[in-house]
Design a protein around this ligand. Structure first.
Ligand code: KG4
Ligand code: ZN
Length: 348
């Protein structure tokens, strides 16, 4: 089985070719063109610019991914149908449809969040070998656009335990970085500065930490930091590092506590982290400690699969196909597919 996967949900143009080798997922090509340097100067992703850049990049990238064999060896075309920026998604959807119509290969639409979850399968052979041993798993999906606590009871089977009511975790990092004039994307910068700060110097709120549910609210934390800065007026480099560390600790404590309680309540067999924020070492370490306390294994994706990539989309498609859960689209049906900018992983 060979899969070409396409991901264009935000500001990364990504293609991957995956296959199977001796019963394991095998990643043949993994190409990611990140537009981050272009959006940096605007302080965030500009949808029109992202869309234009996807258009420029995707064809050369496709040539590179497929080589001279083109689609000859490809069996399935997986692509991110949503959620994401509609102006970005539309490029990936259009390319996937065109390739399918030209080659008569079936399309497999994938939810971007399911892709992030399967970045763990892509990383850990143990998960590929013994998936069943780790279900149900509690998975914290934390990215720039999403923060969801998911109970995964089997391949392709998800329950939504809780989610953010306002800002996503990555978004909160980005907004705090903006407040502190640190640049974009904020997550990597804030987490790096946090290592030089005293996390206990300033006491920031832990929103909803005792809310007796698994929802989150992060916009108040950002506002608390804004008020704090207005009051303090003069902020030196050490203050910035202390704020970053205090903020990171507050977010981590809330995330870890809720994930811990969810794992306990639902008798999880593993805890996992997924999404762009899974690159955060401090969060990873603290979640691992929580899993250790419960005697549970902890999984997080390899750094090269934490941000948006097509390999994770291919991995999700691979498991859907293997488990006979995939929906295939060909011909007229494929032609009718559209981006789903707000496609939830779990339908309410
Ligand atoms: O999954 P992703 O690449 O895109 C979305 O699907 O949203 O996630 C990007 C988000 C950004 O908000 C970025 O600031 C955050 O992930 N991020 C981090 C770190 N690295 C990336 N947040 C905290 N700590 C990090 N080390
Ligand atoms: Zn993402």
């Amino acid at each position: 089985m060979k899969i070409l996967a396409i991901e264009t949900s935000c500001d990364e143009t990504a293609l991957a070719v995956l296959g199977e080798q001796r019963g394991f997922l095998y990643l043949e090509k993994n190409l990611v063109y990140s537009q981050v340097n272009i959006h940096k100067k605007y302080g965030g992703v500009v949808p029109e610019v992202a869309s234009r850049k996807h258009l420029e990049t995707i064809m050369p990238l496709l040539d590179h991914a497929l080589g001279k064999n083109k689609l000859k060896n490809i069996d399935y075309l997986a692509f991110t149908q949503g959620p994401g920026l509609v102006t970005s998604l539309v490029l990936g959807v259009a390319i996937a449809k065109a390739l399918s119509l030209a080659s008569n290969k079936p399309l497999v639409p994938i939810n971007h969040l399911e892709g992030h979850i399967y970045s763990n399968w892509l990383t850990h052979k143990e998960l590929q070998k013994n998936s069943k041993k780790y279900f149900p798993s509690v998975i914290a999906v934390v990215s720039g656009g999403h923060t969801e606590l998911i109970l995964m009871t089997g391949h392709g089977q998800y329950q939504l335990l809780g989610r953010t009511l306002d800002d996503a975790v990555g978004e909160a990092f980005d907004k705090v970085a903006k407040l502190l004039n640190l640049g974009y994307p904020g997550g990597p910068i804030v987490s790096r500065l946090a290592t030089m700060g005293d996390a206990h110097k300033y006491d920031f709120p832990r929103p909803m930490i005792n809310s007796h549910n698994f929802d989150f609210s992060l916009s108040g934390l950002k506002t608390a930091i804004l008020y704090f800065m207005e009051k303090k007026q003069k902020i030196n480099q050490q203050d910035v590092a202390d704020i970053c560390a205090g903020f990171q600790l507050a977010v981590t404590e809330v995330l870890v506590k809720k994930t811990f309680l969810a794992a306990k309540k639902y008798k999880a067999k593993a805890i996992m982290l997924a999404g762009g924020v899974s690159a955060n070492t401090f969060l990873k370490q603290n979640l691992k400690n929580a899993a250790d306390k419960l005697g549970l294994p902890f999984f997080a994706p390899d750094l090269k699969f934490t941000g948006d990539n097509a390999a994770m989309i291919g991995a999700a498609a691979y498991y859907q196909i293997k488990n006979k859960q995939a929906k295939f689209y060909l011909g007229e049906k494929a032609h009718k597919l559209e981006p789903l900018a707000n496609w939830p992983l779990v339908e309410k």
